[in-house]
Structure formats: C-alpha cells, structure tokens
Design a protein around this ligand. Structure first.
Ligand code: ZN
Length: 207
C-alpha cells in the first residue's frame, strides 16, 4: 500500500495542475479515525466506510479542481438592462474548521452593464463551484460576488447566503434552527441604498 502511494506522489510532481484527490490517502485517514474512536474498522458495517467517505469528500470538494471564472461568459446575443435576481440556489459546502457540511440557499442579484447578461444556469454553476470546496460562508459569499463582478463587469452585484452549519446545529452550542446570513455588496448596490433595498426585498420576499 505504501509503495503504491509513493508511486502516485512521484507521478504528480511533473504535473502542474492542482493535484487530483488522493482517495487512498483519505481512506487511510478515515480508517485511523475509526480506530481512534475505538471501533473495529474491519467489522462488516465499516469495511467499506473509508472508501465511501473518501468518495464523499472527493465529491464535496470537486470545485477545487474547477476554474469558477469559466462560468462567467456573457450570452453573445441576449441583452437586458434591468436587475437580474436568481434566488434560492441550493448550496452544500464544507466548513473548513470542522469538515462538517453547511447547507443553505444562495441568492445572486446583479445589474447588467451595456446589456451583458449570463445564462441563469451559469450563476448556479458559479455558486456550485465555489461551494464544493473547503469553505467559510463569508469567503464563499465574497468569492461568488467578486468573480461575477470581475468577469461580467456589471454595474452592481449582491450575493446573500443563508445557511445552517452542522458544526453549530449538531454539536457545540446545538442551536438547531440557527441560520447564518452573509452578504457581499459591490458596485451600484453599494453606492445606492434604494437599489440595494429593492434587491433585498425581492430576495427575502418582504417589502
Ligand atoms: Zn464549523
């Protein structure tokens, strides 16, 4: 097993891309967690658990190997000048402090400049790429906003994320209903409180 792992490492040194996930190494770590818990990792129920967990973490961090800016390409033929809001984009991310999931909704608003707009699915892909990483909700929010602002060059961008963190709802203070709300406000949304209020009321559904 050790030889195999070293071989993989050597192959990687010539590769300039982000290293692929080393599932075997993660599985070994999970096996150690099971042993640390006093469990027998070889009992039938746990035999495949290390590999399953490795696959799960690979999936939950798949955005580390994607370039989010690839999703920010304006539609060539369609133009629109009014505010665009896509709300309730489901996100699932991993808190980097506990490797515990946090799940919630992401709302993205922007005001196009010179008619430049994105396909709506691209906004969801952007949120997905950044959430499939080890994250902090604050950074997730600003990363989505900054990438959209830099790539599309709109008049303004606003991103709001509401999420429940399992590291808070299941353990520690155990506030089961606690939601964390973060926002990032750029450009015209920052300078014009009325536009910001309009976007916020459309997002929250309140006047
Ligand atoms: Zn946490």
């Amino acid at each position: 097993m050790a030889t195999k792992f070293e071989q993989k490492k050597a192959d990687r040194s010539t590769d300039t891309r982000l290293p692929e996930v080393d599932r075997e190494l993660i599985a070994r770590g999970v096996r150690m967690i099971l042993e640390g818990l006093g469990e027998n990792p070889d009992r039938p129920g746990l035999q495949d658990t290390p590999e399953r967990v490795a696959d799960m973490y690979a999936e939950l961090t798949s955005g580390m190997h994607e370039d989010p800016s690839q999703h920010v390409v304006p539609l060539p033929d369609d133009k629109h000048d009014e505010m665009v809001i896509v709300k309730d984009i489901s996100i699932a991310s991993l808190c980097e402090h506990h490797l515990a999931p946090f799940v919630g909704k992401c709302h993205i608003a922007y005001i196009p400049k010179e008619g430049r707009i994105l396909g709506i699915s691209k906004l969801a892909r952007l949120a997905e790429t950044f959430s499939r990483r080890l994250q902090l909700q604050e950074r997730l929010t600003t990363d989505i906003a900054n990438t959209l602002f830099e790539g599309l060059k709109p008049i303004g961008v606003m991103v709001v994320i509401e999420a429940a963190h399992t590291c808070m709802t299941l353990r520690g203070v155990r506030k089961a209903d606690a939601k964390t709300v973060t926002s990032a406000v750029l450009g015209g949304f920052r300078t014009d409180p009325r536009t910001r209020a309009e976007a916020m009321s459309l997002i929250t559904g309140r006047e």
